[in-house]
Design a protein around this ligand. Structure first.
Ligand code: 5GP
Ligand code: MG
Length: 193
């Protein structure tokens, strides 16, 4: 990594990291590939019908912002809130909807965008909620997927990276609501937890 291009904020947080798993350059390359794949796959659909991106707060905000700016089609964004790791938890407590979908998705094509597939509970919950609103189709995209059966078995159309089953922070992912602004993805030192 080039220290001259690293913001000072990131330096502070890097001191709490045990290891960088995926650095910002790799993330950027993969996000661009995902965007190309998605816009290629959806080109016929979006020529006729409307695409709505449903993104899951808060972990997906950075990924969402980078991904959608590489999608050339005209589309809408909807946000849903799901919380599964309240505060200092590093294991899912079971997902709960904290902000429900406000817009209409009936008869529209939906792409769910989330940060990470872990137990798959969040994805199942969102898909269930969306299905009640009769979308025309639902696809899903996550930046990260943990190499554990529950994640690998959860249907998902687009996956950025498969990572080991460890707790990660950065690029939107938090611990106790910190580290979301770190541009790289990594694991925390024991004493930062
Ligand atoms: P799932 O419902 O699939 O178990 O977990 C999905 C949600 O839990 C993700 O959207 C994310 O917010 C949170 N999560 C899962 N694994 C991690 C992790 O390793 N680090 C962080 N910061 N959040 C995680
Ligand atoms: Mg989340």
């Amino acid at each position: 990594m080039n220290p001259a291009s690293t913001p000072i904020l990131a330096y502070h947080m890097h001191a709490d990291l045990d290891k960088i798993l995926i650095d910002r350059e790799r993330i950027a390359r993969r996000v661009a590939e995902l965007a190309d794949e998605i816009s290629h796959d959806l080109r016929d659909i979006t020529a006729r019908d409307e695409l709505v991106i449903v993104s899951v707060l808060t972990g997906s905000i950075i990924f969402l912002a980078d991904l959608i700016r590489r999608l050339p089609q005209k589309l809408r964004i909807e946000l849903v809130g799901v919380e599964s790791y309240p505060g200092r938890a590093t294991e899912s407590r079971g997902p709960k909807i904290t902000r429900s979908l406000a817009g209409n998705i009936e008869g529209r094509h939906v792409l769910i965008v989330d940060d990470i597939l872990d137990s798959g509970g969040t994805m199942r919950l969102i898909r269930g909620e969306l299905a009640k609103r009769r979308p025309k189709s639902v696809r899903a995209c996550v930046l990260l997927r943990k190499e554990r059966p529950s994640a690998m078995e959860t249907p998902c159309d687009y996956v950025g990276f498969d990572i080991p089953d460890v707790f990660v922070v950065g690029y939107g992912l938090d611990y106790n609501n910190y580290y979301r602004t770190l541009p790289d993805i990594g694991t925390l030192k024991e004493d930062a937890l």
